[in-house]
Design a protein around this ligand. Structure first.
Ligand code: RB5
Length: 144
């Protein structure tokens, strides 16, 4: 599975650690920046990453800012993106099972590395539910 990962300055350190973690696990990871802890605007990164996810069907995205919230708001502006903010693994699991989330948003100023790894691993390993009601609801997420 191709995984795009990106952050602003506040998520930079955790993004670097998660990228290495995912590469060690054998994921094909593309780091779309930022590439230094210099201040950066999170919407710019979110818009860049979500364009990559839409262009590569089946891929997933991971976005990090200070809280994960700004990234999540920005990511969900793009049609076809279902971005979920998570601070523990169960939310990441349910975001996949019920919502077919294709982007995960994390807070670099909130999470420690071991918890962040557990959230990301859960997000990437959990399939979407096979139940019709979830597919029906996910289809209704897009505005006409
Ligand atoms: C940057 O200071 C911070 O506002 C940003 O990383 C993010 O947390 C916004 O939601």
């Amino acid at each position: 599975m191709k995984v795009f990962i990106g952050s602003d300055h506040a998520g930079y350190a955790l993004k670097e650690a998660l990228r290495d973690h995912l590469q060690q696990q054998g994921y094909e990871v593309e780091d779309i920046g930022v590439f230094s802890p210099e201040p950066a605007d999170y919407p710019d990164v979110a818009h860049r990453l979500t364009a990559c996810v839409i262009a590569e069907p089946g891929s997933r995205g991971i976005l990090l800012c200070g809280t994960g919230i700004g990234m999540c708001i920005a990511a969900n502006k793009r049609r076809g993106i279902r971005a979920a903010h998570a601070e523990e693994p169960l939310s990441a699991q349910l975001a996949r099972t019920h919502n077919d989330a294709n982007v995960l948003c994390l807070g670099g100023r909130i999470l420690g590395i071991e918890l962040a790894k557990a959230i990301v691993d859960t997000f990437l390993q959990t399939p979407f539910s096979a139940e019709e009601r979830h597919a029906r609801r996910v289809q209704k997420l897009e505005l006409p």
